[in-house]
Write a protein that binds this ligand. Structure first.
Ligand SMILES: Cc1ncc(COP(=O)(O)O)c(C=O)c1O
Length: 401
């Protein structure tokens, strides 16, 4: 039976199978098929240039010990959602310590950055705010604002505040705008201009996702909270799965918004809380970040070494000063070829392709981490130089002419 190609609405199981098969085929043809690859516990983190464990805290003895002790104290699971009996003093202490460190009234804990963004945005959109999001915002923000189905939604060009103003001016007069952007953008590694966003919010509201900034950027490693205008940001979300080396997420805001989220954020209300032992591990990571500012300087040293090496090879990097360093290749096939050639030499450098990034901008998204030695970074570039020397097509794609 023929499936309607325009709507692709299968009407029985056989048609569902046909649609799935044709989509998978198309994804393979276009070099866009995604695969799950399992890591082994002995895989060498020194050569992993695709992990977001920026400070190496997933391997930190104090974080590991806190997790282990937490399991002895609490067991392995929270056993219920936060509003039932899943919220423990381990969670509460973590939330209070974070609120104090960030300088905000309240912190709520979520199971992931994805659910935090989705949960918060669903509540605010239901309230009638009109989101205006940076086009390069994360998938969880897109899902939270119900893109593309939402009637009330605007998108502005990435980090382009003139375009933001233009989009704002076209909103109906009777609507409260909610500007949404990111502290550090996940696929480009560049940062939003917090002052420009605060100025733009005017009588509206501002939400920033700082998944990739918390713990690593800013004078004290507090990401956007180290910005002097941080108190004017209404809501900040972030994850513990990256610089903190664990998993889980937070929403930092004021009492009124936090209390409202406790009433209505479905991802908070209807989902088992993360394990109390996990909260203890996150606290240990937090204390390490607060205490040891040398973590950030060691990461900066790696970022600078990476950028010097890339400049020497005239590689086309994105405009990033953070631990996320994209090498813009362009074609999916070539990005995969470079990733595979690096893998053959023992380096994990994953190719990122559309729809995660815009069409024609496939890239290797390198990430720097304290799990890597300085010498591993130099070895990476010696390998890249070798690969390019033997592949003119890749050289043309990766080098600035
Ligand atoms: C900008 C951004 N926000 C949110 C998330 C989701 O965070 P989590 O991994 O905790 O779900 C990610 C993760 O990739 C991210 O890059």
């Amino acid at each position: 039976m023929q499936v309607d190609k325009n709507t692709e609405m299968p009407q029985n199981a056989q048609q569902v199978r046909e649609v799935l098969a044709s989509r998978l085929h198309m994804q393979s043809e276009k070099q866009l098929r995604r695969t799950l690859t399992a890591q082994t516990s002995v895989q060498d983190r020194n050569y992993n240039f695709s992990s977001n464990d920026y400070l190496g805290l997933s391997q930190h003895p104090e974080v590991i010990a806190a997790f282990q002790k937490g399991i002895s104290d609490w067991g392995t699971g929270a056993g219920a959602s936060p509003l039932v009996t899943g919220y423990t003093t381990a969670h509460q202490t973590l939330a209070e310590e974070l609120a104090e460190w960030f300088g905000v009234e309240r912190v709520l804990l979520f199971n992931s950055g994805f659910s935090a963004n989705q949960g918060v945005l669903q509540v605010l959109c239901k309230l009638g705010l009109t989101p205006i999001i940076d086009k390069l915002c994360h998938a969880s923000i897109y899902d939270g604002v119900n893109y593309p189905s939402s009637q009330r939604l605007a998108r502005f060009q990435h980090n382009n505040y003139a375009d933001l103003a233009a989009k704002q001016s076209k909103l109906p007069a009777n609507t409260c705008p909610l500007i949404v952007s990111e502290g550090v953008f996940s696929m480009d590694g560049d940062s939003a201009d917090v002052s420009a966003l605060v100025a733009a919010k005017n009588t509206g509201m501002l939400m920033l996702d700082d998944a990739h900034g918390i713990g690593v950027t800013g004078a004290r490693g507090r990401g956007v909270f180290d910005h002097p205008q941080a108190p004017e940001i209404d809501i900040v979300t972030g994850t513990f799965g990256k610089a903190f080396g664990v998993a889980g997420a937070f929403v930092a805001t004021d009492h009124q918004i936090a209390d409202s989220l406790v009433q209505s954020a479905r991802h908070l209300i209807y989902s088992t809380a993360f394990a109390p032992a996990q909260a203890d591990a996150i606290r240990a990571a937090l204390n390490t970040i607060k205490r040891d500012q040398s973590l950030q300087s060691a990461l900066t040293e790696r970022i600078q070494l990476f950028k010097r090496n890339a400049a020497a090879l005239k590689l086309r990097l994105g405009a990033s000063d953070t631990a996320i360093q994209p090498l813009l290749v362009g074609s999916n096939t070539l990005a995969l070829r470079l990733s595979q050639a690096l893998a053959d030499s023992g380096f994990q450098c994953i190719a990122i392709r559309p729809p995660t990034v815009p069409k024609g901008t496939a890239r290797i998204r390198f990430t720097l981490s304290l799990n890597q030695s300085l010498s591993a970074i130099n070895q990476l570039f010696a390998t890249i130089a070798d690969i390019l020397d033997n592949d003119q097509e890749l050289t043309d794609a990766c080098r600035i002419r």
